[in-house]
Write a protein that binds this ligand. Structure first.
Ligand code: NAI
Length: 363
């Protein structure tokens, strides 16, 4: 039995501000989870259930500080709310992070987090994110059903496949907006990252007659691309500056800042938060580069996952196709308002969030 926290704990000053950022971003709930046996320190953040139960994956990272983990989970949960709002599905935004450290017993940690998620009674549904594998999710699944079902990695219903279909719908919409024709044939594309999404998008572009420049740090993944007609393999540090019509970042976030050299007409990719910060969106706009908001483009996965949990699996294909229509609406409004599409999409997402019926109760 551990001693109860003493009164001195309550008097100690805290350097972890919680309520001011929660109030500023209108967050509903933040749950701190610890389990001594597992060495688990985790945070579950529910940004909004106004439109439906919150959805968001589990990120496991060796955060430098607890404040850093809190800031990350809040930023990611808020981004999930924007994503689900713009996807037009009855779901909200949340996220979970596990603070990785040498004392973490990984399997037991994910199990303990599963118990904590279960106690939320369906206010939060989870799935994979950076650092969380299918094996980790299997541990979560032992204690809760509020988690995406096991992935086969192929076939209908695959989450990555669904995300790729949303990116493809977005590329078609962007081509339509720029060239009044949605076919990629004859256009030049640059893809950063040939993982689950980038490879699928690349295959579709290639089979549609596009010219491709591709970069990947894992050379094994380049094997199937080398030597193909209309495909050029580019060193990873040169892909962003490659001359093309559409650049598709499908690797990590934060790759485009105000100073990044780009040589494209539009940026349309799967990567979460590809812009280093919001000022980059304005900088791209001033340079005449069309930036498709990532939280609109890469919503296919959450649409697919939420569809299965919330009983609209028969409508997910349609909702993923609609991503292209939403993007066209954003582009047209942005052109009329002479604003970056990113700013227009943020305003639209905010409005949709505010129009919700109010926080979902525990079921
Ligand atoms: P993945 O891990 O399968 O693929 C990413 C690929 O990028 C890897 O092959 C990696 O080696 C490569 N890479 C990393 N740094 C690179 C660099 N500097 N240059 C070239 N290649 C590099 O990930 P996945 O699932 O394809 O996701 C791609 C992006 O889309 C990620 O940012 C992810 O967060 C985001 N996303 C993925 C979703 C999904 O359903 N898988 C859903 C929503 C967003």
């Amino acid at each position: 039995m551990q001693p109860m926290p003493t009164d001195s704990c309550t008097r100690r000053s805290s350097n972890l501000p919680v309520f001011p950022p929660m109030q500023a971003g209108d967050f509903e709930e933040i749950i701190f989870v610890q389990n001594r046996h597992a060495g688990l320190k985790a945070i579950i953040c529910i940004h909004s259930t106004h439109l439906g139960p919150a959805h968001g994956g589990i990120r496991r990272l060796a955060y430098q500080s607890e404040a850093g983990a809190l800031a990350d989970v809040m930023r990611l949960a808020w981004a999930m709310s924007r994503k689900t709002a713009m996807a037009g599905i009855p779901a909200g935004g949340g996220k979970a992070v596990i603070i990785d450290h040498p004392g973490l017993r990984r399997h037991a940690g994910y199990e303990a987090l599963g118990c904590a998620i279960d106690k939320l009674g369906g206010r939060f549904y989870t799935g994979p994110d950076v650092g969380t594998t299918e094996a980790d999710l299997a541990a979560v699944r032992r204690h809760t059903s509020f988690v995406v079902e096991a992935q086969t990695g192929s076939g209908p219903g695959d989450i990555a496949e669904a995300t790729a279909r949303g990116v493809i719908a977005s590329i078609r919409a962007t081509l339509q907006f720029l060239y009044s024709n949605h076919s990629p044939a004859g256009h030049r594309f640059a893809i950063q990252g040939l993982g689950a999404i980038g490879a699928r998008v690349g295959e579709w572009l290639w089979s549609s007659g596009a010219e491709l420049s591709v970069a990947e740090i894992d050379t094994a993944k380049l094997r199937r691309w080398r030597g193909r007609p209309r495909v050029r393999v580019v060193p990873p540090d040169r892909i962003l500056a490659t001359a093309c019509d559409i650049l598709s970042p499908c690797a990590l976030g934060g790759v485009i800042s105000t100073r990044t050299t780009l040589n494209c007409r539009a940026v349309v990719g799967a990567a979460n938060n590809p812009l280093a910060d919001d000022t980059a969106a304005l900088a791209l706009h001033k340079r005449g580069i069309l930036f498709a908001p990532d939280f609109v483009v890469n919503a296919g996965g959450v649409i697919e996952g939420a569809g299965r949990h919330l009983g609209f699996a028969d409508k997910t294909a349609e909702a993923i196709e609609r991503i292209g229509d939403t993007l066209l609406t954003i582009y047209r409004r942005a052109r009329r308002a002479k604003q970056p599409p990113y700013a227009v999409a943020l305003t639209m997402a905010d409005k949709r969030l505010r129009s919700g019926r109010g926080p979902a109760g525990r079921s």
